[in-house]
Write a protein that binds this ligand. Structure first.
Ligand SMILES: Cc1ncc(COP(=O)(O)O)c(C=O)c1O
Length: 412
Protein backbone atom coordinates (compact mmCIF):
# COMPACT_ATOMS: atom_id res chain seq x y z
CA UNK A 1 0.00 0.00 0.00
CA UNK A 2 1.36 3.50 -0.79
CA UNK A 3 0.86 6.61 1.25
CA UNK A 4 1.30 10.01 -0.38
CA UNK A 5 4.16 11.98 1.22
CA UNK A 6 5.87 9.03 2.92
CA UNK A 7 8.87 8.98 0.53
CA UNK A 8 10.16 6.18 -1.65
CA UNK A 9 11.19 2.75 -0.41
CA UNK A 10 13.28 0.11 -2.14
CA UNK A 11 11.92 -3.33 -1.43
CA UNK A 12 14.60 -5.84 -0.35
CA UNK A 13 14.08 -8.95 -2.39
CA UNK A 14 13.27 -11.93 -0.20
CA UNK A 15 16.42 -14.02 0.28
CA UNK A 16 18.81 -11.20 -0.71
CA UNK A 17 21.59 -10.61 1.81
CA UNK A 18 22.52 -7.12 2.92
CA UNK A 19 26.24 -6.70 3.60
CA UNK A 20 26.56 -5.94 7.31
CA UNK A 21 28.23 -2.63 8.13
CA UNK A 22 30.67 -3.66 10.85
CA UNK A 23 33.03 -0.73 10.34
CA UNK A 24 32.05 0.59 13.81
CA UNK A 25 33.95 -2.35 15.33
CA UNK A 26 37.30 -0.92 14.21
CA UNK A 27 36.87 1.87 16.71
CA UNK A 28 35.34 -0.30 19.41
CA UNK A 29 38.07 -2.95 19.25
CA UNK A 30 41.11 -0.66 19.09
CA UNK A 31 44.49 -2.15 18.18
CA UNK A 32 45.24 -5.60 19.46
CA UNK A 33 45.07 -7.24 16.04
CA UNK A 34 46.64 -10.59 15.29
CA UNK A 35 46.61 -12.05 18.81
CA UNK A 36 46.84 -15.79 18.45
CA UNK A 37 46.17 -15.71 14.70
CA UNK A 38 49.07 -18.15 14.14
CA UNK A 39 47.24 -20.66 16.34
CA UNK A 40 44.44 -20.95 13.82
CA UNK A 41 46.75 -22.94 11.57
CA UNK A 42 47.73 -25.15 14.50
CA UNK A 43 44.19 -26.38 15.07
CA UNK A 44 42.92 -26.39 11.48
CA UNK A 45 42.41 -29.94 10.19
CA UNK A 46 44.44 -30.23 6.96
CA UNK A 47 42.58 -31.24 3.79
CA UNK A 48 43.27 -34.87 2.77
CA UNK A 49 45.45 -33.99 -0.22
CA UNK A 50 47.89 -32.06 1.96
CA UNK A 51 51.05 -33.42 3.63
CA UNK A 52 50.80 -31.95 7.16
CA UNK A 53 54.31 -31.48 8.52
CA UNK A 54 53.08 -28.46 10.44
CA UNK A 55 50.99 -30.43 12.94
CA UNK A 56 52.30 -31.71 16.24
CA UNK A 57 49.11 -33.72 16.76
CA UNK A 58 49.04 -37.39 15.86
CA UNK A 59 47.09 -38.32 12.76
CA UNK A 60 44.11 -40.61 13.26
CA UNK A 61 46.09 -43.75 12.38
CA UNK A 62 48.17 -43.26 15.53
CA UNK A 63 45.40 -42.18 17.90
CA UNK A 64 43.96 -44.84 20.25
CA UNK A 65 40.49 -44.36 18.79
CA UNK A 66 39.19 -47.77 19.91
CA UNK A 67 40.16 -47.15 23.53
CA UNK A 68 38.79 -43.65 23.35
CA UNK A 69 35.44 -44.68 21.85
CA UNK A 70 34.90 -47.41 24.45
CA UNK A 71 35.93 -45.15 27.33
CA UNK A 72 33.74 -42.28 26.16
CA UNK A 73 30.69 -44.53 25.66
CA UNK A 74 31.11 -45.89 29.20
CA UNK A 75 31.59 -42.42 30.65
CA UNK A 76 28.54 -41.05 28.85
CA UNK A 77 26.31 -43.78 30.32
CA UNK A 78 27.20 -42.88 33.92
CA UNK A 79 24.94 -40.30 35.54
CA UNK A 80 28.04 -38.67 37.11
CA UNK A 81 29.23 -37.99 33.56
CA UNK A 82 26.72 -35.17 33.30
CA UNK A 83 26.76 -33.85 36.81
CA UNK A 84 28.90 -31.45 38.75
CA UNK A 85 32.10 -32.75 40.27
CA UNK A 86 34.79 -31.18 42.45
CA UNK A 87 35.88 -28.08 40.58
CA UNK A 88 39.52 -29.18 40.76
CA UNK A 89 38.61 -32.25 38.74
CA UNK A 90 37.85 -35.94 39.01
CA UNK A 91 39.78 -37.18 42.09
CA UNK A 92 41.09 -40.39 40.46
CA UNK A 93 42.31 -38.50 37.39
CA UNK A 94 43.99 -35.96 39.65
CA UNK A 95 45.70 -38.79 41.55
CA UNK A 96 46.97 -40.15 38.24
CA UNK A 97 48.41 -36.77 37.18
CA UNK A 98 49.91 -36.26 40.66
CA UNK A 99 51.80 -39.55 40.52
CA UNK A 100 53.22 -38.63 37.12
CA UNK A 101 54.57 -35.31 38.41
CA UNK A 102 56.45 -36.79 41.35
CA UNK A 103 56.14 -39.03 44.41
CA UNK A 104 55.44 -36.18 46.82
CA UNK A 105 52.30 -34.97 45.03
CA UNK A 106 48.74 -36.11 45.73
CA UNK A 107 45.38 -35.51 44.08
CA UNK A 108 45.07 -32.39 46.24
CA UNK A 109 47.93 -30.80 44.24
CA UNK A 110 46.19 -31.14 40.88
CA UNK A 111 43.81 -29.00 38.89
CA UNK A 112 42.25 -30.47 35.73
CA UNK A 113 42.03 -28.03 32.82
CA UNK A 114 40.58 -27.97 29.32
CA UNK A 115 43.81 -28.97 27.61
CA UNK A 116 47.26 -27.49 27.94
CA UNK A 117 46.42 -24.25 26.19
CA UNK A 118 43.75 -23.33 28.75
CA UNK A 119 46.23 -24.15 31.50
CA UNK A 120 48.89 -21.86 30.03
CA UNK A 121 46.39 -19.09 29.51
CA UNK A 122 45.18 -19.44 33.13
CA UNK A 123 48.73 -19.44 34.52
CA UNK A 124 49.72 -16.32 32.59
CA UNK A 125 46.50 -14.42 33.32
CA UNK A 126 46.06 -15.38 36.95
CA UNK A 127 49.72 -15.29 38.06
CA UNK A 128 50.90 -12.37 35.99
CA UNK A 129 49.60 -8.84 35.57
CA UNK A 130 49.73 -6.85 32.32
CA UNK A 131 53.15 -5.28 31.86
CA UNK A 132 54.96 -7.86 33.99
CA UNK A 133 57.79 -9.94 32.50
CA UNK A 134 57.66 -13.65 31.75
CA UNK A 135 60.82 -15.55 30.84
CA UNK A 136 60.59 -17.97 27.92
CA UNK A 137 63.23 -20.14 26.31
CA UNK A 138 64.07 -19.13 22.79
CA UNK A 139 62.64 -20.52 20.56
CA UNK A 140 59.42 -21.71 22.20
CA UNK A 141 55.84 -22.83 21.56
CA UNK A 142 53.77 -20.29 19.60
CA UNK A 143 50.72 -20.95 21.77
CA UNK A 144 52.64 -20.03 24.92
CA UNK A 145 53.84 -16.82 23.28
CA UNK A 146 50.27 -16.04 22.20
CA UNK A 147 48.81 -16.76 25.65
CA UNK A 148 51.46 -14.63 27.37
CA UNK A 149 50.87 -11.77 24.95
CA UNK A 150 47.10 -12.07 25.42
CA UNK A 151 47.68 -11.74 29.17
CA UNK A 152 49.57 -8.52 28.51
CA UNK A 153 52.89 -9.96 29.73
CA UNK A 154 56.24 -8.81 28.41
CA UNK A 155 58.16 -11.69 26.86
CA UNK A 156 61.78 -12.09 27.97
CA UNK A 157 63.49 -14.64 25.70
CA UNK A 158 66.43 -16.59 27.11
CA UNK A 159 68.80 -18.50 24.83
CA UNK A 160 69.60 -22.17 25.00
CA UNK A 161 71.76 -24.67 23.17
CA UNK A 162 71.65 -28.38 22.40
CA UNK A 163 71.44 -29.07 26.15
CA UNK A 164 68.53 -26.76 26.82
CA UNK A 165 68.18 -23.34 28.32
CA UNK A 166 71.36 -21.80 29.79
CA UNK A 167 70.99 -21.49 33.59
CA UNK A 168 73.32 -18.45 33.70
CA UNK A 169 71.27 -16.65 31.06
CA UNK A 170 68.09 -17.47 32.95
CA UNK A 171 69.61 -16.15 36.17
CA UNK A 172 70.70 -13.01 34.36
CA UNK A 173 67.17 -12.49 33.00
CA UNK A 174 65.68 -13.00 36.47
CA UNK A 175 68.15 -10.42 37.87
CA UNK A 176 67.59 -7.86 35.17
CA UNK A 177 63.80 -8.05 34.83
CA UNK A 178 62.68 -9.17 38.29
CA UNK A 179 60.47 -11.74 36.54
CA UNK A 180 58.48 -14.01 38.85
CA UNK A 181 57.36 -16.36 36.09
CA UNK A 182 59.31 -18.51 33.63
CA UNK A 183 57.98 -20.96 31.05
CA UNK A 184 60.07 -23.94 29.88
CA UNK A 185 59.65 -27.30 28.16
CA UNK A 186 62.48 -29.44 29.53
CA UNK A 187 61.46 -32.53 27.49
CA UNK A 188 61.68 -32.31 23.67
CA UNK A 189 61.03 -28.59 23.53
CA UNK A 190 58.70 -27.28 20.87
CA UNK A 191 60.08 -26.47 18.32
CA UNK A 192 63.79 -27.36 18.77
CA UNK A 193 63.30 -30.85 20.27
CA UNK A 194 65.88 -30.22 23.00
CA UNK A 195 66.00 -32.11 26.31
CA UNK A 196 67.27 -30.12 29.29
CA UNK A 197 70.56 -31.75 30.33
CA UNK A 198 70.67 -33.37 33.81
CA UNK A 199 73.55 -31.12 34.96
CA UNK A 200 71.52 -27.98 34.19
CA UNK A 201 68.49 -29.00 36.20
CA UNK A 202 69.83 -28.29 39.69
CA UNK A 203 71.34 -24.87 38.83
CA UNK A 204 68.16 -23.87 37.03
CA UNK A 205 65.89 -24.82 39.92
CA UNK A 206 68.23 -23.06 42.34
CA UNK A 207 68.15 -19.87 40.27
CA UNK A 208 64.35 -19.95 40.20
CA UNK A 209 64.21 -20.54 43.98
CA UNK A 210 66.78 -17.78 44.75
CA UNK A 211 64.61 -15.30 42.88
CA UNK A 212 61.33 -16.40 44.44
CA UNK A 213 59.93 -17.20 41.02
CA UNK A 214 57.58 -19.78 39.54
CA UNK A 215 58.69 -22.12 36.78
CA UNK A 216 55.96 -23.42 34.49
CA UNK A 217 57.16 -26.83 33.30
CA UNK A 218 55.18 -27.77 30.18
CA UNK A 219 55.73 -31.53 29.86
CA UNK A 220 53.80 -31.74 26.61
CA UNK A 221 55.96 -34.64 25.26
CA UNK A 222 55.84 -36.77 28.38
CA UNK A 223 55.02 -39.99 26.52
CA UNK A 224 57.31 -39.45 23.56
CA UNK A 225 60.66 -40.94 24.59
CA UNK A 226 61.80 -42.85 21.51
CA UNK A 227 65.15 -43.90 22.98
CA UNK A 228 66.54 -44.18 26.49
CA UNK A 229 64.25 -42.61 29.11
CA UNK A 230 64.64 -38.86 29.59
CA UNK A 231 64.93 -37.46 33.14
CA UNK A 232 61.85 -37.20 35.37
CA UNK A 233 60.00 -33.88 35.59
CA UNK A 234 61.72 -30.95 37.28
CA UNK A 235 58.63 -30.84 39.49
CA UNK A 236 59.73 -34.10 41.12
CA UNK A 237 62.87 -32.37 42.46
CA UNK A 238 61.07 -29.24 43.66
CA UNK A 239 60.21 -29.24 47.35
CA UNK A 240 58.98 -25.72 47.92
CA UNK A 241 56.32 -25.08 45.32
CA UNK A 242 58.35 -23.25 42.65
CA UNK A 243 57.44 -25.57 39.78
CA UNK A 244 53.98 -25.59 38.24
CA UNK A 245 53.85 -28.79 36.21
CA UNK A 246 51.63 -29.15 33.15
CA UNK A 247 50.72 -32.41 31.45
CA UNK A 248 48.21 -32.54 28.59
CA UNK A 249 46.66 -35.60 26.95
CA UNK A 250 46.14 -34.01 23.51
CA UNK A 251 49.38 -35.31 22.08
CA UNK A 252 49.47 -38.96 23.23
CA UNK A 253 45.71 -39.48 22.80
CA UNK A 254 43.91 -37.05 20.48
CA UNK A 255 43.66 -33.28 19.98
CA UNK A 256 39.91 -33.34 20.62
CA UNK A 257 40.29 -34.75 24.13
CA UNK A 258 40.57 -31.42 25.87
CA UNK A 259 42.00 -32.64 29.18
CA UNK A 260 45.21 -31.67 31.00
CA UNK A 261 46.47 -31.52 34.56
CA UNK A 262 48.23 -28.64 36.34
CA UNK A 263 50.21 -29.77 39.37
CA UNK A 264 51.33 -27.23 41.98
CA UNK A 265 52.06 -26.86 45.67
CA UNK A 266 50.98 -24.09 48.02
CA UNK A 267 48.63 -21.10 47.72
CA UNK A 268 49.34 -20.84 44.01
CA UNK A 269 47.01 -23.77 43.48
CA UNK A 270 44.12 -21.93 45.14
CA UNK A 271 44.89 -18.88 43.00
CA UNK A 272 44.73 -21.01 39.89
CA UNK A 273 41.65 -22.93 41.04
CA UNK A 274 39.74 -19.73 41.69
CA UNK A 275 40.96 -18.26 38.44
CA UNK A 276 39.85 -21.32 36.50
CA UNK A 277 36.43 -21.16 38.19
CA UNK A 278 36.01 -17.65 36.89
CA UNK A 279 37.15 -18.81 33.44
CA UNK A 280 34.84 -21.76 32.85
CA UNK A 281 33.86 -23.45 36.15
CA UNK A 282 35.09 -26.97 35.39
CA UNK A 283 35.99 -29.46 32.67
CA UNK A 284 33.24 -31.73 31.27
CA UNK A 285 33.12 -34.77 33.61
CA UNK A 286 32.53 -37.13 30.67
CA UNK A 287 35.87 -36.15 29.19
CA UNK A 288 37.68 -36.45 32.52
CA UNK A 289 36.24 -39.92 33.12
CA UNK A 290 37.01 -41.01 29.57
CA UNK A 291 40.58 -39.72 29.91
CA UNK A 292 41.05 -41.66 33.15
CA UNK A 293 39.65 -44.84 31.58
CA UNK A 294 42.01 -44.56 28.62
CA UNK A 295 45.05 -43.96 30.84
CA UNK A 296 44.22 -46.94 33.06
CA UNK A 297 43.05 -49.34 30.31
CA UNK A 298 45.12 -52.48 29.71
CA UNK A 299 45.50 -51.29 26.11
CA UNK A 300 47.20 -48.01 27.10
CA UNK A 301 50.74 -49.35 27.30
CA UNK A 302 50.17 -51.29 24.06
CA UNK A 303 49.10 -48.01 22.45
CA UNK A 304 52.24 -46.26 23.68
CA UNK A 305 54.39 -49.11 22.40
CA UNK A 306 52.95 -49.06 18.90
CA UNK A 307 52.91 -45.25 18.85
CA UNK A 308 56.62 -45.13 19.64
CA UNK A 309 57.43 -47.78 17.03
CA UNK A 310 55.55 -45.80 14.36
CA UNK A 311 57.19 -42.52 15.39
CA UNK A 312 60.67 -44.06 15.29
CA UNK A 313 59.97 -45.24 11.78
CA UNK A 314 58.64 -41.84 10.72
CA UNK A 315 61.54 -39.98 12.31
CA UNK A 316 64.07 -42.24 10.57
CA UNK A 317 62.29 -41.70 7.24
CA UNK A 318 62.34 -37.91 7.63
CA UNK A 319 65.92 -37.71 8.89
CA UNK A 320 67.06 -39.98 6.06
CA UNK A 321 65.16 -38.01 3.43
CA UNK A 322 66.57 -34.70 4.69
CA UNK A 323 70.10 -36.10 4.57
CA UNK A 324 69.49 -37.31 1.04
CA UNK A 325 67.57 -34.42 -0.49
CA UNK A 326 68.48 -31.37 1.57
CA UNK A 327 72.26 -31.46 2.10
CA UNK A 328 72.44 -27.66 2.33
CA UNK A 329 70.19 -27.60 5.40
CA UNK A 330 71.47 -28.17 8.92
CA UNK A 331 69.78 -30.64 11.18
CA UNK A 332 70.90 -30.71 14.83
CA UNK A 333 71.60 -34.14 16.36
CA UNK A 334 68.37 -36.14 16.12
CA UNK A 335 66.38 -35.66 19.32
CA UNK A 336 65.85 -38.93 21.23
CA UNK A 337 62.10 -38.43 21.06
CA UNK A 338 59.29 -35.99 20.41
CA UNK A 339 57.58 -35.31 17.11
CA UNK A 340 59.59 -32.49 15.51
CA UNK A 341 62.79 -31.79 13.66
CA UNK A 342 64.18 -28.26 13.62
CA UNK A 343 65.82 -27.57 10.30
CA UNK A 344 68.10 -24.63 9.62
CA UNK A 345 67.71 -23.39 6.07
CA UNK A 346 70.72 -22.49 3.93
CA UNK A 347 71.75 -18.83 3.66
CA UNK A 348 69.50 -16.91 1.30
CA UNK A 349 66.38 -18.93 2.08
CA UNK A 350 63.58 -17.27 3.97
CA UNK A 351 61.42 -19.49 6.17
CA UNK A 352 58.10 -17.85 5.31
CA UNK A 353 58.83 -17.89 1.57
CA UNK A 354 59.74 -21.57 1.69
CA UNK A 355 56.61 -22.34 3.74
CA UNK A 356 54.43 -20.43 1.27
CA UNK A 357 55.97 -22.15 -1.74
CA UNK A 358 55.52 -25.51 0.00
CA UNK A 359 51.87 -24.75 0.80
CA UNK A 360 51.28 -24.00 -2.87
CA UNK A 361 52.42 -27.57 -3.47
CA UNK A 362 50.20 -29.06 -0.76
CA UNK A 363 52.95 -29.39 1.82
CA UNK A 364 52.47 -27.66 5.17
CA UNK A 365 55.54 -26.74 7.22
CA UNK A 366 55.95 -24.20 10.03
CA UNK A 367 58.19 -21.17 9.48
CA UNK A 368 60.64 -20.86 12.36
CA UNK A 369 60.20 -17.15 13.08
CA UNK A 370 56.84 -17.72 14.79
CA UNK A 371 58.60 -19.47 17.65
CA UNK A 372 60.81 -16.55 18.62
CA UNK A 373 59.67 -13.81 20.96
CA UNK A 374 62.20 -11.47 19.28
CA UNK A 375 64.14 -11.47 16.04
CA UNK A 376 65.08 -14.99 14.93
CA UNK A 377 68.83 -15.70 14.79
CA UNK A 378 68.43 -17.56 11.49
CA UNK A 379 65.93 -19.12 9.13
CA UNK A 380 64.36 -22.35 10.34
CA UNK A 381 61.53 -24.72 9.56
CA UNK A 382 59.79 -26.90 12.11
CA UNK A 383 58.98 -30.25 10.54
CA UNK A 384 56.69 -32.61 12.37
CA UNK A 385 56.47 -36.34 11.73
CA UNK A 386 53.41 -36.87 13.96
CA UNK A 387 50.81 -36.67 11.21
CA UNK A 388 52.47 -38.03 8.07
CA UNK A 389 53.63 -41.55 7.20
CA UNK A 390 57.10 -42.44 5.78
CA UNK A 391 56.15 -42.17 2.07
CA UNK A 392 54.58 -38.75 2.69
CA UNK A 393 57.65 -37.64 4.65
CA UNK A 394 59.91 -38.70 1.80
CA UNK A 395 57.76 -36.78 -0.66
CA UNK A 396 57.84 -33.75 1.65
CA UNK A 397 61.64 -33.70 1.63
CA UNK A 398 61.64 -33.98 -2.17
CA UNK A 399 59.29 -30.99 -2.46
CA UNK A 400 61.39 -28.94 -0.03
CA UNK A 401 64.53 -29.84 -1.96
CA UNK A 402 62.93 -28.59 -5.16
CA UNK A 403 62.02 -25.31 -3.46
CA UNK A 404 65.21 -24.77 -1.51
CA UNK A 405 67.85 -26.44 -3.61
CA UNK A 406 68.90 -26.67 -7.22
CA UNK A 407 70.45 -23.20 -7.05
CA UNK A 408 67.04 -21.62 -6.67
CA UNK A 409 67.02 -20.23 -3.16
CA UNK A 410 63.96 -18.31 -2.11
CA UNK A 411 64.69 -14.93 -0.64
CA UNK A 412 62.32 -12.60 1.09
C1 LIG B 1 54.42 -27.17 23.87
C2 LIG B 1 52.93 -27.21 23.85
N1 LIG B 1 52.27 -26.96 24.99
C3 LIG B 1 50.93 -26.96 25.05
C4 LIG B 1 50.18 -27.21 23.92
C5 LIG B 1 48.71 -27.14 24.05
O1 LIG B 1 48.09 -28.28 23.64
P1 LIG B 1 46.65 -28.71 24.14
O2 LIG B 1 45.88 -27.47 24.49
O3 LIG B 1 46.07 -29.42 22.98
O4 LIG B 1 46.89 -29.57 25.33
C6 LIG B 1 50.82 -27.47 22.69
C7 LIG B 1 50.06 -27.72 21.46
O5 LIG B 1 50.58 -27.91 20.39
C8 LIG B 1 52.23 -27.47 22.66
O6 LIG B 1 52.90 -27.71 21.53
Amino acid sequence: MTRPGSGTYTAVKPGATVAADVSWQTLALGSRAGLGAELERLVEAPPPEVIPLSSGFLDERLQPLGLLAAATARAARRPQGWNRLPAQGLPELRAHFAAEAGASFTAANVLVTTGGQAALSAVFRHLGAPGEPVIVESPTYVGALAAARAAGLVLVPVPGDAQGVLPDALEDALDRTGARLAYLQPRFSNPAGVVLAPQRRGPLLEAIARHGAFLVEDDWMRDFDLGPPTPPPLASADEHGHVIYLRSLSKPIAPGLRVAGLVARGPVLARLRHGRLSDDLFVAPVLQQAALDVLTAPGWSRHLGSLRRALRERRAALVGAIGRFLPGCVLPPTPPGGVHLWLRLPDGCQDTSVAEAAAARDLLVSPGREYFAGEPPGEFLRLSYAAADPPALLRAAEILAEIVGAGAPVTG
